[in-house]
Design a protein around this ligand. Structure first.
Ligand SMILES: Cc1cc2nc3c(=O)[nH]c(=O)nc-3n(C[C@H](O)[C@H](O)[C@H](O)COP(=O)(O)O)c2cc1C
Length: 222
């Protein structure tokens, strides 16, 4: 039984005690209940993601958190979305300031990613800790945050949309300034950090021809 289901069942019982239609409502609830995809579940860990190092500066001061749910979502305008849990210090900072930095972790920034994702900015000055560990930051040009030196990509964002999605909040940021670094991005998969491996070679020309003609065979009319 998933946590969402248990919660819905418990709250349904509470309300049903008042109106007396207990059985019917519980049956409907069982029928309608969707699946959770919990952290660490064998299905959840199939995704392959980047590690966004999200920088912010708000009521809790300068901060950094790791966010694998960091996505490029529009070319024009350039938009990047980050999904943050409700208890994140970064979330509070961004709600207050409406801006955030995205430094996509480079392949050699796994330790930085662990530190950024290992405690809350309310409790720990992660920027100072990282500086003491030898990592460097620079001041963003268009927003009032720090950015990570040596990242695969640095993008300074102003919030254009805040969307509550289940147990996370999505912040969509419009990119004000961006620079690509020389290093490859760090990969996150199966709760581990990885380096990019070999590119898969394209099929031979004869195979490509066969694939193309098969697709053409099923082109819809009009
Ligand atoms: C590799 C990695 C990826 C993570 N991805 C996310 C994510 O996408 N969204 C999120 O809210 N938290 C994510 N976390 C957890 C946060 O980084 C963690 O809760 C952190 O302590 C939040 O910091 P803050 O409270 O200072 O903002 C991730 C952690 C790690 C190590």
């Amino acid at each position: 039984m998933t946590d969402t289901f248990k919660y819905k069942l418990a709250s349904t019982y509470r309300t049903l005690d008042i109106n007396g239609t207990k059985l019917l409502k519980v049956r409907k609830l069982v029928r309608d209940c969707k699946m959770d995809l919990p952290w660490g579940d064998e299905k959840t860990v199939k995704f392959v993601t980047n590690v966004g190092l999200i920088t912010s500066n708000g009521p809790d001061g300068h901060n950094i958190q790791a966010a694998e749910w960091t996505h490029h979502v529009s070319y024009s305008p350039g938009l990047i979305a980050v999904c943050l849990g409700k208890d994140r210090t970064t979330r509070e900072n961004i709600l207050a300031t409406k801006e955030f930095g995205v430094s996509l972790a480079a392949a050699d920034q796994n330790i930085m990613s662990s530190v950024a994702g290992g405690s809350h900015g309310k409790d720990v000055d992660k920027i100072k800790a990282l500086e003491e560990l030898g990592f460097k930051f620079y001041k963003a040009k268009k927003i009032n945050t720090l950015m990570v030196e040596g990242a695969a990509l640095n993008a300074e964002c102003k919030v254009v949309n805040v969307i509550e999605l289940g147990d996370h909040t999505m912040f969509v940021g419009e990119v004000q300034e961006a620079t690509a670094g020389k290093k490859e991005p760090l990969v996150y998969h199966g709760l581990k950090f990885w380096k990019l491996g070999e590119a898969i070679t394209k099929p031979a020309v004869s195979e490509l021809g066969k694939i193309k003609s098969t697709v053409e065979k099923f082109r819809k009319a009009g």
